[in-house]
Design a protein around this ligand. Sequence first.
Ligand SMILES: Nc1ncnc2c1ncn2[C@@H]1O[C@H](COP(=O)(O)OP(=O)(O)OP(=O)(O)O)[C@@H](O)[C@H]1O
Length: 345
Amino acid sequence: MRHPVSLEERVHDGSGRIAVGGLSKSFGPINAVTDLSFTVEPGSVTGFLGPNGSGKTTTLRMLLGLITPSSGAAVINGVPFAQLSNPATVVGAVLESQGFHPGRTARNHLRSYGAAMNVPDERADQVLELVGLSGAATRRTGGFSLGMHQRLALATALLGDPQVLILDEPSNGLDPEGIAWLRGFLRSFAATGRTVLISSHLLREMEHTVDRVVIISRGRCVYDGDLEQLRSAQRSRVLVEASDPGKLVESLRQAGMDAHYLQDGRLAVPDTDSRTVADLALQAGIALYGMQDERIDLEQLFFQLTSGQYTGGQYAQGGADPRWAAPGAGRQDQQGGNSGFGGGF
Ligand SMILES: Nc1ncnc2c1ncn2[C@@H]1O[C@H](COP(=O)(O)OP(=O)(O)OP(=O)(O)O)[C@@H](O)[C@H]1O
């Protein structure tokens, strides 16, 4: 489903909605982002996911007016970032690790940024508390850990009490406790009806934080929808070696199940478990020499969608079973554009 940025969406709507329509950006011969369309709704945490180099930062930079799109548009509250009348109160952003003056304390850093936005000095202490850095208010940032830098960057983004939060790989440098804290923070931020867009190359790290995901691969959207829907696409199958595979296929089909041959002569039976297959084989008088349950999880699905190969099972490695190995799964979908789930099952 495509979401071109229509004229109506360009009206300054105040909703905190992000809309990206037909967005493309080339750097010379490199197509970093191609015809990308998606929306990010208020009240939810949306994960913007893709492998390194897939175009996430380029997209966020276009959204924040830092680079100009080659074509298409990205709007927040219905207008391009540059046209927001008071951008700091609408959007807070953290892009990659930003530098801080090492000799300045956390509080003074925030006060100087706040002054530029006409934010009162007290706001510095409020945001320090929000990100759990109150105890480090008077410490110089030069002695901060990477995780503390991340928290201070987030505090800076929160100075204007923005409606929309855009974070590029915010969990880099955070320890597990920091990641859990960030998760809680972002979920409660979104629960107040505000918008969160958060990029990552790791679905696993994001899966308990986000409600919706936009997955990109080589600059194109390969999935845009609910995480739950993506989860429901997780598949399982049984690999079985039978004395009479042809007869087993027949029995399975009579029971309403599908089966196909692997190159080594085994059968792959999707969406079932080994017990069901064993019972059927027994009824049909077919001896079984081996069985293996396989399950493709969310991470493997993500890998597959982003043009990786499913490597969870040895038989997928060599492309022996095209429905699972599906090296072009992401690519096929890329050609079709943003079409919801397009995995290669
Ligand atoms: N200023 C630039 N000049 C030339 N090429 C660029 C520039 N910025 C990005 N690219 C290229 O565009 C592609 C997308 O890069 P981008 O940084 O947007 O990806 P990403 O998904 O954010 O990756 P990462 O997680 O590694 O930052 C890459 O091939 C990158 O080398």
